[in-house]
Write a protein that binds this ligand. Structure first.
Ligand SMILES: NC(=O)c1ccc[n+]([C@@H]2O[C@H](COP(=O)([O-])OP(=O)(O)OC[C@H]3O[C@@H](n4cnc5c(N)ncnc54)[C@H](OP(=O)(O)O)[C@@H]3O)[C@@H](O)[C@H]2O)c1
Length: 343
């Protein structure tokens, strides 16, 4: 079996490389990035080729490819991979809106991936954990509407942004300034900033629109009332989301606890009981990288009909929010040797 990883030197590509070795040990790897180079990872050295070599008519054919490139480069290389016989999981935004391309959260709508499908879009890093928490509750109570507020880690912006953030944080916190005014008010270090890239006439940013659009597509609820507000916080890895969710009928908190604690009904979810949210944090998600941490379950006191809850969802954006979900999608075509990575 030959597996290709495009963007292998990036944050998501590196995680994908580690997971591929767990899911399909012994597979042949073809790694691609912007140019020919070597990648040193976990004591191993890998040869990486320029992705442009895929445009050569003699490029090697393959079975399964994971694409962790920006939108522009996904658009350029995915068609070549398909021509070379690869089944493709693309992690960019390029194909998510295409009605012919399944958008899949493993454990929610994995059944959309069968032998007839050759290209699958991997959802955004906030959509994956949110839909894992919503789907089992929707099955039981029927989703009516929700509001989500996200607190997203800097690694979501890629390796260069993360490295810049780590360096600026070190410099900023080295300064004994209790107000934090030595930090740049427009930058990530020591700061909370709006996730406002691609804000359009609606007033919402592309990140906010993605979360709304993708949740409706995955849950197959085109009329779902959903609104999102996103920001970035000074955290390296681990996206945190607070949601207010209204169902069609009255909910029972003990029943919700039972549903979200059941691995069959709520796959890839780890429910943390207790309104205080003990064990729930960005850093905690990086220690339990392949599941959505869900907790802080409470009733919303504004809703006298008792149909609305408050819930927190946290996940490692590089793993569950990207690489793990992609590998689980791949496991629908080629069974994973690692049960944790099988969808
Ligand atoms: N980070 C997250 O939390 C996250 C979560 C979900 C989805 N995603 C999506 O996954 C994709 C990758 O994100 P990332 O965070 O891993 O980005 P990243 O760390 O910035 O890595 C980008 C990758 O793209 C490669 N690249 C850059 N220019 C290229 C070119 N001209 N031709 C071929 N390859 C090129 C880079 O190779 P070089 O090293 O050679 O420059 C690197 O391997 C994006 O679409 C992103 O939106 C990211």
């Amino acid at each position: 079996m030959r597996i290709g990883i495009l963007g292998a030197t990036g944050l998501v590509g590196r995680e994908t490389l580690e997971l591929v070795a767990r899911a399909w040990p012994g597979c042949e790897l073809e790694l691609y990035a912007s140019r020919d180079q070597q990648l040193d990872l976990n004591g191993k050295r890998y040869a990486v080729r320029a992705a442009a070599s895929l445009e050569d008519s003699k490029a090697p054919r393959g079975d399964l490819a994971f694409v962790a490139l920006d939108d522009e480069h996904s658009k350029r290389y995915v068609p070549h991979l398909l021509e070379l016989g690869y089944r493709v999981v693309d992690k960019s935004n390029t194909f998510r809106g295409d009605p012919k391309v399944p958008l899949v959260t493993a454990g929610v709508n994995s059944n959309r991936v069968d032998d007839s499908v050759r290209l699958v879009a991997n959802p955004n890093c906030t959509t994956i954990p949110l839909t894992l928490a919503l789907q089992p509750l929707h099955k039981e109570y029927g989703l009516e509407s929700l509001s989500v507020s996200t607190y997203q880690a800097v690694s979501g912006a890629g390796i260069a942004a993360l490295d810049g953030f780590l360096e600026a944080s070190q410099r900023g916190y080295a300064n004994p300034d209790r107000l934090g005014t030595s930090f740049d008010p427009k930058a990530y270090a020591g700061n909370t900033v709006p996730h406002n890239g691609g804000t359009d006439d609606s007033g919402f940013s592309s990140e906010e629109r993605k979360l709304v659009f993708e949740s409706k597509k995955i849950l197959e609820l085109p009329e779902l009332g959903i609104s999102a507000q996103c920001c970035r916080v000074a955290v390296a890895v681990g996206h945190y989301e607070n949601a207010w969710i209204t169902f069609e009928r009255r909910v029972d908190l003990d029943e919700i606890t039972a549903i979200l604690s059941d691995a069959e009904r709520a796959p890839f979810v780890r429910f943390l009981p207790g309104a205080a949210g003990e064990g729930l944090s960005s850093v905690a998600s990086v220690r339990d990288r392949d599941r959505a941490l869900v907790g802080r379950l409470r009733r919303d006191p504004r809703d006298a009909t008792q149909r609305t809850i408050c819930l927190t969802v946290v996940a490692d954006n590089l793993r569950l929010g990207a690489a793990t979900n992609a590998v689980r999608i791949g496991s629908r075509w080629f069974a994973s040797k690692d049960f944790e990575l099988q969808a």
